[in-house]
Design a binder for this molecule. Structure first.
Ligand code: BGC
Length: 472
């Protein structure tokens, strides 16, 4: 396949005015027809990341959280630090009970590199035992674990060696992946190597709001390329180390990446806005998404950097494409900005608490676009910052409908993971945004969890798939 076709579908998504999506499910039968639209093995779950929920960590982010910009602005907008977070490190039974209450049959979580290898050459077997126990407990509860190996954070010792700016990190992460896959392989088949290389590269090296806080798009391109190389090496290491088929489907591993895809809508019909929207789309969406087909890294920032390189092991390293979808940006050319563009949401659009455009049609568009890669697709993240919890039910319903519509039109979509199970530490934003299906009272000594109204919506979807939510 057929890059031209994917590019065409992508281009259509960029340039056509969105039509209101037809309601595929009908209000009265709600989600009761889901079983006939989705595969019997469809995974319905939630997603989290270690730094955002576990608590008690010590890594490049915990250092960053205590800092401020040169102008004196704290790195974390609401001046919080991740600290104890949801204390999920000590509360996995409680969290699994919440998943059972949702009726989920899958859970995506990440293992924390700084916990497992706190210093170079050290290995924390106790922490590894705990992650294995989690995976086994999930399986025992009928919940398929998907394990992410890198979700934004680095151990301090890796960061001080240059982190993603150094090629050595590729081998360090591959060797870490081999150890984790060996340890957890008997309980885990579904592996996600890296979460959102494009977001990490942009936030850390273009916008400077994640560590190490640089604003250099040339470095961002190099980092994104390095992460794809790391993915290939990690995939190889995981396949070598995990030879146990834990779920009995005949395969010991299924490996992919969680790729953040956005819709970039040109702000006007001006050729420059369209050009910049297309360029942003290629840099942010396409560079990663085309890699499984080409086996190459192709990244181009006109006048800044051009990367076009075959990567050994990249072809064949993807068993699936994970899509993290949150919304749409309008794009206007802004040639003085390092990203060459200004991205914004028009004032008349419905938005989340973070001001992000609520655009479920976009999920349908990206699934159609990347379903054409010829790989199975998982929605590895989708969710909304909604403090009051009133918008999340319709958000979830509309996005799930978009997924079902894509599936009915032939997209091989195998699962949906809602971001997130719990309210959590939202990186540079701190604790203010609330993404959880369950609200977390961070001031309570037990980090008390309470359901938001979207729990019922999730349960409805689960029942539609033949799953059985447990009473709370
Ligand atoms: C990240 C999550 C984050 C979520 C909401 C995704 O880009 O993978 O870690 O919390 O978006 O911002």
């Amino acid at each position: 396949m057929k890059l031209a076709r994917i590019a065409r579908i992508g281009h259509a998504a960029l340039t056509k005015d969105p039509h209101p999506p037809p309601c595929v499910l009908g209000a009265e039968d709600a989600f009761s027809s889901l079983r006939s639209s989705l595969p019997a093995s469809f995974l319905l779950g939630t997603a989290t990341a270690s730094h955002q929920i576990e608590g008690g960590l010590d890594n490049d982010w915990t250092d960053w959280e205590r800092g401020a910009s040169r102008e004196g602005e704290p790195h974390i907008k609401d001046r919080t630090v991740s600290g104890a977070a949801c204390d999920s490190w000590n509360r996995i039974e409680e969290d699994i009970a919440l998943m059972r209450r949702l009726g989920a049959n899958a859970y995506r979580f990440s293992v924390e590199w700084s916990r497992l290898e706190p210093t170079e050459g050290a290995w924390n077997e106790e922490a590894a035992d705990r992650y294995l126990a989690w995976a086994l407990a999930l399986r025992a509860a009928g919940i398929e674990p998907m394990v992410t190996l890198h979700h934004f954070t680095l151990p301090r010792w890796v960061a001080t060696q240059g982190g993603w700016m150094k090629d050595r990190t590729i081998e360090l992460l591959a060797s870490f992946s081999r150890k984790v896959a060996k340890k957890l392989g008997s309980a885990v088949d579904l592996w996600c190597t890296i979460n959102e290389p494009n977001v990490l590269a942009t936030m850390s090296y273009v916008k400077g709001v994640f560590p190490p806080g640089l604003t250099d798009s040339r470095i961002a391109a190099q980092v994104q390329a390095r992460m794809l190389k790391a993915h290939a090496r990690m995939a190889e290491a995981i396949r070598e180390a995990d030879t146990t088929d834990a779920d009995g489907d005949g395969r010991a591993t299924q490996i992919g990446i969680a790729h953040h895809v956005r819709i970039f809508q040109p702000a006007t019909r001006s050729p420059l806005d369209r050009l910049i929207a297309g360029f942003t789309d290629r840099f942010f969406n396409e560079a990663i998404a085309s890699a499984p087909l080409t086996g190459r890294i192709e990244l181009d920032i006109p006048g800044v950097i051009h990367i076009d390189e075959a990567v050994p092991g990249l072809l064949g390293s993807f068993d699936y494409m994970g899509i993290n979808y949150y919304g749409r940006d309008h794009v206007r050319a802004e040639l003085r900005d390092p990203s060459l563009s200004k991205q914004y949401v028009p004032a008349d659009r419905p938005v989340s608490d973070l001001g992000w455009d609520i655009y479920p049609e976009g999920l349908y568009q990206v699934l159609k676009r990347y379903g054409a890669l010829g790989l199975p697709v998982y929605v590895t993240e989708n969710g909304i910052a909604d403090k009051g919890g009133e918008v999340r039910p319709s958000f979830l319903r509309a996005h799930f409908e978009a997924l079902v519509r894509a599936a009915r039109e032939g997209v091989d979509v195998r699962g949906y993971f809602h971001w997130s199970l719990l309210d959590n530490f939202e990186w540079a934003e701190g604790y203010e945004p609330r993404f959880g299906l369950f609200r977390v009272d961070f001031d309570h000594p037990d980090k008390r969890r309470t359901p938001t109204p979207a729990v019922e919506t999730f349960q409805e979807i689960a029942r539609g798939l033949g799953l059985r939510p447990e009473p709370g």
